[in-house]
Design a protein around this ligand. Structure first.
Ligand code: SF4
Ligand code: SF4
Length: 591
């Protein structure tokens, strides 16, 4: 296994868990493995000495990462630092004695380079619209007026006293719609009116008008009405709080006060227009990403789609569902995730581990649950390898197929009982993976979600997974390229390893297994000019390598299964679709 030379510091955390230094040395070849029992306090000098060498240093502790970072900062010539959790993930478990291979695998996987992240900039000058319906909005305004450029919008004003001194504009109106994000909201208001300055014992308003459009950097909503955006808590710059919950209102106010200046957020998804199969000639072929995006960040844009990186919340469902790889997740890219899985699973196996279960989880809910299980419960089973992702919904077919090709015996995805956004894309991925795995000979419950907020339930569910074998000879291929190529590599490998791949690649995946357009006798000759033009349109619509005319504009056009993106779209576009055999139409229907 290729390995950057580095130093690995493994710590027994005051002898609260056993270490298997030999297993770590075996799989992290070329690395210097240093064992200790309290690197963060009594043995901090040993850490400094290791860091001073200039090599990259991996510390098997995440809890005390700030202490190590500070110590490295004070050490001249200190190399790059990474941290790996082997305590809650492995050592603090009733299976601790058997957790050596897992610890070694987690440390080996940490050597994989982190993803390169590009960012999108958002900037806010603090122009704020505070939206409410009663005196509570005035209370919030008092906390904000000295920090932000504030306008208060009151919906159906009830008992609101006139301002003693007009320190900020106060108007009435109801927000009909809002678009945008931090630094660039556009709000359309109905029933908009200015108050009369002579309002005496209650606010009196002038004539109202509709369709008033205003722009702001921040939108604070304590109106108690429906959210103005889908997945509202994922919209940067939109702060919504229940007016009946003073603590929530205060949190929103304090957060708003910090939202002035320039901010960066990751560009979660990269998009290649030339791979997108959205539409051609005005006929829509694919809209999977549009249907799944919980934030409304994706919109049709002619024959393609446009992804607004400033609105995108990074759930990854578009990338997981995209059949062509036009939308691909960047945190990390799917091939980088596959390389990490390969290292993790091969190191686990090399260190003597058996029947690995890959547990995908996120860094909030999932990591907290695993920590709680380790601290207060039985910990993770020794064969469960946790893999932290930015979002659990970023898991696509390529990650599942890759995990099995590299030797996983089962894959589980840990999700909240009330996820922050719909997880329908993840369920579709599982529904797609199940028949493929079954067809490859992986019997039993191989891939599933675990939906729980209870650490004990998580532990019990993981321990109840039946012992199953993975691939007899795990793959070693390096995942490079687009998602479809990675999936194809993984499935091809699993098939070679004794799988029985029938026609399953064309079932749910919608990939027809042979030529899908039947010869229609004299149809070639009967092509009129209109049909010929339509035929050309079809050719132009299909993936370049997937649909190749035998001769220009002639039937039958050959269809290469492996290169197919969208047979369903081809059928919709085909001018002679009556000639498509019913059986073949059935095959491609789900595409
Ligand atoms: S990652 Fe999620 S939020 Fe972002 S564009 Fe894709 S589906 Fe939408
Ligand atoms: S899912 Fe992929 S191919 Fe389909 S419209 Fe979206 S980006 Fe294009």
């Amino acid at each position: 296994m290729a390995e950057r030379p580095r130093k690995i510091l493994i710590c027994s955390c005051e002898d609260t868990m056993p270490l298997d230094g030999a297993a770590v040395r075996r799989v992290c070849r070329g690395s210097e493995v240093i064992e200790g029992r309290q690197f963060c306090r009594a043995e901090l000098e040993r850490f400094r000495k290791a860091a001073a060498g200039g090599e990259p240093v991996t510390v098997a502790c995440t809890q005390e990462a700030p202490v190590f970072s500070e110590a490295a900062g004070e050490t001249e010539g200190a190399g790059e630092l990474t941290f790996v959790n082997i305590r809650e993930a492995a050592g603090w478990s009733k299976d601790a004695q058997a957790a050596g291979p897992k610890m070694a695998a987690l440390l080996a996987a940490a050597a994989e380079p982190p993803p390169e992240i590009s960012y999108v900039s958002l900037s806010s000058e603090g122009v704020t619209l505070l939206y409410g319906s009663d005196e509570r909005v005035i209370e919030a305004a008092q906390l904000l007026k000295d920090h932000l450029d504030l306008t208060v919008l009151i919906k159906q004003p009830g008992e609101v006293s006139p301002l003693r001194v007009t320190e900020y504009p106060l108007v009435k109106g109801a927000i009909r719609s809002a678009t945008g994000h931090l630094g660039a909201f556009e709000v359309t208001i109905d029933d908009y009116a200015q108050p009369a300055p002579s309002s005496r014992d209650g606010l009196k308003f002038g004539p109202a008008r509709n369709d008033v459009v205003t722009r702001c950097d921040l939108l604070i909503d304590i109106s108690g009405g429906a959210a103005l955006f889908p997945s509202a808590d994922r919209r940067d710059g939109y702060l919504r709080a229940d007016p009946g919950d003073p603590a929530a209102v205060l949190r929103a106010v304090l957060k708003a006060r910090d939202l002035t200046g320039s901010f960066e957020k990751p560009r979660y998804v990269t998009y290649s227009e030339d791979l997108c199969a959205h539409a051609r000639s005005g006929i829509v072929g694919c809209r999977r990403c549009l249907d799944l995006c919980p934030t409304g960040a994706i919109a049709p844009n002619g024959d393609h789609v446009a992804i607004d990186a400033a609105v995108c919340a990074g759930c990854g469902q578009c990338a997981a569902a995209c059949p062509t790889g036009a939308a691909s997740y960047a945190l990390p890219q799917s091939d980088a995730l596959l390389r990490k899985l390969r290292t993790l699973l091969s190191a686990y196996r090399e260190a003597g581990g058996k029947q690995p279960v890959v547990l995908f989880h996120d860094g909030e809910h999932g990591a907290e649950l695993i920590e709680a299980l380790a601290r207060y419960g039985d910990g993770l089973p020794a064969n469960v390898l946790p893999v932290q992702l930015n979002e659990i919904t970023q898991v696509g077919l390529e990650a599942v197929a890759g995990a099995f090709a590299y030797g996983a015996s089962a894959v589980r995805m840990l999700i909240h009982t009330k996820p922050r956004h719909d997880v329908v894309g993840l369920r579709q991925t599982i529904a797609l993976a199940e028949p493929i795995l079954a067809g490859l000979g992986f019997a039993g419950s191989r891939v599933a979600t675990i939906e729980t907020d209870d650490p004990d339930n998580l532990g019990a569910t993981l321990r109840a997974i039946a012992a199953m074998d993975g691939a007899a000879k795990p793959a070693t291929f390096t995942a490079v390229g687009r998602k479809r190529e990675v999936v194809r590599l993984a499935v091809r490998h699993a098939r070679r390893e004794g799988g029985r791949l029938h026609a399953l690649s064309c079932l749910r995946a919608g990939l027809p297994d042979r030529r899908f357009v039947g010869r229609s006798g004299k149809a070639d000759a009967a092509l009129c000019g209109r049909r010929l033009r339509a035929m050309r349109a079809v050719s132009g619509n299909l993936p370049r390598e997937g649909h190749q005319p035998k001769a220009a504009d002639r039937f039958p056009q050959r269809h290469r299964r492996q290169a197919c993106d969208q047979a369903g779209r081809a059928l919709r576009l085909h001018p002679l679709r009556q000639a498509v055999r019913r059986q073949e139409l059935g095959r491609a229907r789900d595409c």
